[in-house]
Design a protein around this ligand. Sequence first.
Ligand code: FES
Length: 268
Amino acid sequence: MGKRQSNAEVLANKKIKGCCFKIVLRSPSAAKEALPGQFLMLKAGAGQISDPLLRRPLSIHKAAGGEIEILYEVVGKGTRALSQRRPGELISFLGPLGNGFDYRNTGLSSRRPILVAGGLGVAPLLFLAGRLAAIRRDPAAGKIEVLIGARTKEQVLCEKEFKNTGCNVKIATDDGSAGFPGRVTALLEKQLSALGHKSLAVYACGPQPMLKELAGICRKNNVPAQVSLEAHMACGIGACLGCAVNTKDGYKRVCQEGPVFRTENLIY
Ligand code: FES
């Protein structure tokens, strides 16, 4: 696993929508190694000052052709510093880190995937959708279903990109301004009933309350689910234990054994 520190050239760093930015980095080795659900620890600020607060764990959004894309929201000091990085600059990172989504084992690959994203949770799921589309060649198996949740129509992210990957996309907005009016978990319940529960597999990323609710829905419907968890990460490499979550097998580190966990193993 690539825990080494490397430098990548910033190729682009632009605002996508609201506070959401996309940074494109050139790193052929990391792009080749990256798997959906893994993340990088990016040193957000420029220069030699080693401020741990300026290293951020961010999901890999795309990895291809020697480039890695990352979506991030400007929410504080670190991400603000990241948003000021310019093309041509070098950015230090660790990774790819963590264990990604398990979508290739025979028990899961034969199931129709439903990807459920809340807000910026689209970030690792677009990468996953691309890899799933590449291994699912049987049209009779049905399209990949993608459910995107956001507060408002303006905050819906990556709808076009998922459609371009061949996915069947549905939107849920809290204020009802687009798609299904209500939470994306309520839309998931509706879709599970519509599609039948037996041959589905859910992959999700989003805020903790959404993932907790989703775990309950999938348990009730007997559908296997994997979720990518967020956690405060100081080191990102398993050393500080600051990111531990409770599981049926004891405490596990989100940065090391995660960030993706099967919901049946998590204790909420
Ligand atoms: Fe240090 Fe996970 S962030 S152990």
